[in-house]
Design a protein around this ligand. Structure first.
Ligand code: CAO
Length: 415
């Protein structure tokens, strides 16, 4: 079966996490992704957080599936010529170097356009144009600068960063969308263009509802679905809302049976208005369904803390899975807090290809997250990440270099 991005060639100049998540997605959709790495070392993540000595780390292998690896010294004059040949042959150049690094290498937008006017140049940077544009940025810096940290955590504690890599993987997703959109526009214009996804912007886009709340707060001085209402105080900026749902249906994380010893024996419980009567029946508080203090969403808002405490008395008598089963029978929205161990062992996720077991020549078998986006006409087959420089000769041959030329470039340290 064909793949959605068959025939698209990507010059993948990415490293660490944000850029590689983007190019991995494009590879899963069928693009030929040629990862250019520095000879001898490669992407720094190959050696970071290693669990097996001298073997590519899970950090690297889980972000670089379905790619080919070539090693080129792009600061070597002959290496630069090889890179020029690649630029002429590829459709997209994706990079997430520190600001200015590509220019310092001699590959400005103007130079790339000279070499290939159809080339799309896609970049992840920490910040867009402005006071911080020259700064290097990692995941948590973006979470802090994009509004996620100030709005995550509990009111009486410090800002908290999320385990979800919204700064890196989130921006990689944004960039991938920008790239396929630019490819589509190129079919009409014949021209390439620059695509920029700044990590601060990507995080802020995912925190859109918090900018909504900032404006609500400024207009009304309060937000009734926040745990600060009615007894706490609101300041000038959107506060941390603990586990409140952030939408119109109040929710909270509640203890389940076994919470004393299992840190994940919890369930997210949503008191969705249409099923309020059913919630009252399940927890044995039938009278709340008609009591004017509890019967309507507006009446419940000042009592949310007490309501969740009462519901928790019920959830603590059930495991999170028992509670999930019972509540779902009544269409009551809820979600068990799943540990990574439980997710890794979940058979349905294996069946859909969301969790995949991959074999690797030096590491052996390991688990990875497969393509979360499923296309019916472009199925994803997850292939192991490349060894450093594994495809240098293959790609050089495709570029038209003879074995003698390849050998000479190798001797010169260009590849
Ligand atoms: N051959 C020769 N040189 C190479 C090369 C190659 N194949 N590939 C890269 N290089 C050089 C670059 O030219 C650059 O050199 P100069 O600094 O002399 O211009 C250097 O290697 C790479 O630099 P870098 O500054 O990008 O790398 P770093 O480890 O110092 O910084 C990071 C890492 C992530 C902070 C920075 O790249 C960055 O801010 N990127 C943009 C934001 C981003 O993507 N952050 C997410 C990272 S994941 O948490």
């Amino acid at each position: 079966m064909s793949k959605a991005l068959d025939g698209v060639r990507i010059l993948d100049f990415t490293h660490v996490q944000s850029g590689p998540t983007c190019t991995q997605l494009l590879a899963w959709f069928g693009a030929d992704v040629i990862k250019v790495e520095r000879a001898g070392a490669g992407d720094i993540t190959r050696e970071q957080l290693r669990d097996i000595p001298d073997v590519d780390s899970l950090y690297f292998t889980m972000l670089n599936h379905n790619k080919r690896s070539v090693t080129i010294d792009t600061k070597n004059p002959e290496g630069k010529l090889v890179l020029e040949a690649l630029i002429q042959k590829c459709d997209v150049l994706v990079e997430n170097f520190a600001p200015g690094a590509l220019d310092r290498m001699g590959f400005t937008w103007e130079r790339i356009q000279e070499l290939n006017p159809r080339m799309i140049v896609a970049s992840v940077k920490g910040f867009g144009p402005g006071p911080y544009e020259d700064c290097k940025v990692y995941e948590n810096v973006a979470q802090c600068a994009g509004g996620a940290a100030s709005t995550t955590g509990f009111d009486d504690g410090p800002p908290v960063v999320s385990g979800a890599q919204i700064g890196d993987s989130g921006t990689g997703l944004h960039l991938a969308l920008g790239i396929v959109t630019a490819l589509y526009q190129r079919t009409l214009t014949g021209r390439g263009q620059k695509v920029l996804a700044a990590m601060q912007d990507g995080v802020l886009n995912l925190c859109r509802v918090k900018l909504r709340d900032q404006q609500r707060l400024e207009r009304t001085g309060t937000m009734k679905e926040y745990p600060q209402y009615p007894n706490g105080t609101f300041g000038e900026a959107v506060p941390r809302a603990g586990n409140a749902s952030g939408g119109g249906q109040p929710g909270w994380i509640l203890k389940c049976k076994g919470w004393e010893t299992d840190p994940n024996a919890y369930i997210y419980f949503i008191t969705q208005a249409p099923v309020w009567a059913k919630i009252c029946n399940v927890i044995g508080k039938e009278e709340w369904a008609t009591d004017p203090n509890y019967a309507t969403p507006a009446a419940r808002l000042p009592h949310l803390k007490d309501i969740f405490a009462e519901i928790e008395r019920w959830t603590m008598t059930k495991t999170k899975f028992e509670a999930m089963q019972i509540l779902n029978k009544y269409d009551i929205p809820c979600g068990p807090i799943l540990s990574m161990k439980e997710i890794a062992e979940e058979p349905s996720l294996r069946k859909t290809g969301t969790i995949v077991e991959v074999d690797h020549p030096t590491r052996g078998k390991y688990l990875t997250v497969g393509n979360p986006i499923k296309l019916s006409d472009s199925p994803t087959e997850v292939k192991r990440s490349p060894l450093l420089g594994e495809h240098t000769d293959e790609v050089m041959t495709e570029l038209g270099y003879s074995p003698e030329q390849i050998s000479a470039l190798r001797t010169a340290g260009a590849i």
